[in-house]
Design a protein around this ligand. Structure first.
Ligand code: KG4
Ligand code: ZN
Length: 350
């Protein structure tokens, strides 16, 4: 490591429908300390619309971000004077929502003369297991499964990400959400669908496993959603009684594809370590099946702590600290910020 040895980083996340603020202490040696993190989820507000309404999201981030910041500093027993660096999600995400976090982060940093750092949201997810009780070591294969992304990556170090495969249409999280929506399970449907699946028969309906035998590491989930819709229509009035079976069968199809492709990525790279990150990484069935398969192959699997699987500020603070400590990132002090709503992880500085 060529960067500073100890850093207190204030992190902001506002890329979608969650406002996250956190304070992370990182050390070149030893484990990082999550002093405090606070999250406000806008799910209840968007539920009425069946999905995220971008303008409402931006306005709510504005309402929440400063109270959350005060809460985090108070819980940690710190003040802005103790903070070394401010990190914020620069992209990808909703432009207006990103602008709130970026604007507040840069304004606070400017007021205190602190360096500020824009972070890639997916890099935050990817590095979030370093905050867990069982942190990984480089190199590893990463399965990134969020609401908008499904990617397999070879990770050789901070900023050294090589794409192995990704979805050509819907993400796994979208497959969960869209299937759940057409079963009337609300938004976001992933957690609700997986809860319902626990009481259903995963073999009840034969749903497609898209691209399972494609010979590469790409994914496709839009056909699965269509198959779930067709099945739901076929069930008609029987749908309510068979909903748990349909949920279990849908989850089984998604999990099988994620599992098999992850194992193929491990085989291809010869690596013995897998990191699973992003909201879908909270899925119990996925964790259970990955754990079982990887134990047989003597592969170590690492996850973020459950409450840091979905969007949060801690992963952004952590990624900021790791980039600085690796000597990659140059924090800026001119406070001229821009957000990057569309930004590939393979395009981050290394
Ligand atoms: O990473 P994340 O919080 O936000 C993005 O960056 O997109 O991921 C959100 C996604 C949603 O699609 C949500 O339904 C899914 O993660 N998700 C789950 C579970 N918890 C969250 N999907 C399946 N099972 C879960 N337990
Ligand atoms: Zn996310």
């Amino acid at each position: 490591m060529s960067g500073p040895s100890e850093l207190l980083v204030l992190g902001f996340e506002s890329s979608c429908d969650e406002t996250g603020v956190a304070l992370v202490q990182c050390r070149a040696q030893g484990v990082p300390v999550l002093h405090a993190h606070a999250l406000y989820s806008q799910i209840d507000m968007h539920q009425a619309y069946g999905g995220v309404v971008p303008e409402l999201a931006s306005r709510d981030h504005i309402r929440r971000v400063l109270p959350l910041t005060r809460q985090v500093l108070a819980e940690a027993g710190k003040t802005l004077a103790d903070v070394d660096v401010v990190a914020y999600t620069q992209g990808p995400g909703l432009a207006g929502a990103l602008l709130v976090g970026a604007g507040v982060a840069c304004a606070l940093a400017a007021a205190r003369g602190l360096p500020v750092l824009g972070i890639h949201h997916l890099e935050g997810h990817l590095l979030s297991p370093f905050l867990s009780a069982d942190p990984p070591e480089f190199p590893f294969v990463a399965l990134l499964v969020s609401g908008g992304h499904t990617q397999l990556m070879r990770v050789d170090g901070v900023g050294r990400y090589a794409m192995l495969g990704e979805t050509i249409d819907d993400a796994a999280g979208e497959a969960f959400d869209k299937s759940a929506k057409l079963m009337g399970l609300g938004y976001p449907g992933g957690p609700a669908l997986s809860r319902l699946a626990e009481t259903g028969d995963a073999k009840a309906f034969a749903l497609p496993r898209p691209l399972l035998h494609s010979g590469n590491l790409d994914f496709s989930f839009s056909g699965l959603k269509t198959a779930v819709l067709t099945q739901a229509k076929k069930l008609g009035n029987d749908l309510p009684a068979r909903k748990a079976d349909l949920a279990a069968s849908t989850q089984a199809a998604i999990v099988e594809v994620l599992l098999k492709k992850s194992l193929s990525a491990l085989k291809l790279t010869g690596l013995k370590r897998l990191v699973v990150a992003g909201g879908v990484g909270a899925n119990k069935a996925l964790r259970q099946q990955l754990n079982e398969a990887c134990a047989k192959l003597k592969v170590r699997v690492h996850y973020p702590e459950l409450d840091l699987c979905t969007d949060n500020g801690a992963m952004i603070a952590m990624a900021g600290a790791m980039r600085l400590q690796a000597g990659i990132a140059q924090p800026n002090r001119d406070y001229a910020f821009n957000v990057r709503p569309r930004w590939g992880l393979d395009a981050v500085d290394a």
